[in-house]
Structure formats: structure tokens, C-alpha cells
Design a protein around this ligand. Structure first.
Ligand code: ZN
Ligand code: ZN
Length: 55
């Protein structure tokens, strides 16, 4: 139906299969996706919807 490319919000890498983590933005509920690497390193991310900057 729609595009199925999940990309890390921090580094922009394409997430394949179960790789990475998805969680709702604490501010607006938009789904944020991050790769395992950025998750481990606690890289900052920015919500594409509301601009929320989070660890
Ligand atoms: Zn990443
Ligand atoms: Zn947000």
C-alpha cells in the first residue's frame, strides 16, 4: 500500500526487519524510529512532526 521504508530518525539509515526500535513521540505521538546503533549511543532524534528533540 504505502512505502515500507523505515528509517532511523537520527542517522537516516534504512531499518530492515526487526532491526531498530519504534516508539511514539512523547510530545505528539508520531512514531519515531531509530536504529540499534543510535539507540545504544543515545543519539538525539528530532520528531519530524512536532520538532521535539529527545534522547
Ligand atoms: Zn541511526
Ligand atoms: Zn512529535
Amino acid at each position: 500500500m504505502t512505502e515500507k521504508s523505515d528509517r532511523c530518525m537520527s542517522c537516516g539509515v534504512t531499518l530492515i526487519g526487526p532491526e531498530g526500535a519504534r516508539f511514539p513521540c512523547p510530545n505528539c505521538g508520531e512514531i519515531i524510529m531509530r536504529c540499534n546503533k543510535c539507540r545504544k549511543q543515545s543519539n538525539p532524534y528530532t520528531c519530524p512532526s512536532c520538532g521535539f528533540l529527545g534522547p
